[in-house]
Ligand binder design. Structure first.
Ligand SMILES: [Zn+2]
Length: 136
């Protein structure tokens, strides 16, 4: 006898897996492109041109670093899908609502945990998310 208990779960995550994969492919293409752009050594004599070129390179580096970080987040999310851990908050272990996953498919935390940034001693289920950012 076989049980197919994971069927429902894999249907739900399939959409997000597709999302993550296409986003991952996009980012990889873009990072490759940026890398190639960086390789091109433009010969400029002009000091002002050199200055703007190096400033531009700085911006490209920042963009690349951010995208590479994003790539690794997405890879981790895909690994969680494989391990059947996707869509569960790593902090409070509640399942992350679909609308949040649609906004940030690689997120590891629910809104409460990601926004609050502090641990709640008592888990309050079903509480509205607002108020968690009122730390001041
Ligand atoms: Zn949480």
């Amino acid at each position: 006898m076989s049980t197919n208990k994971t069927n429902k779960q894999s249907n739900r995550t399939k959409t997000f897996e597709d999302l993550l994969r296409s986003r991952l492919a996009e980012l990889r293409t873009h990072v490759d492109q940026l890398r190639k752009d960086m390789m091109i050594e433009d010969e400029v004599d002009d000091e002002a041109m050199q200055a703007s070129q190096s400033r531009n390179r700085e911006l490209v580096t920042i963009t690349m670093e951010r995208e590479i970080r994003n790539i690794s987040e997405i890879e981790q999310a895909l690994r969680r899908i494989l391990n059947d851990e996707y869509g569960v908050c790593v902090t409070c272990e509640r399942s992350i609502p679909d609308n949040r996953l649609q906004a940030i498919p690689w997120t590891r935390q629910c809104v409460d945990c990601a926004g609050g940034g502090f641990k709640r001693s008592n888990r309050s289920y079903g509480q509205p998310a607002y108020g968690s950012s009122l730390i001041s």
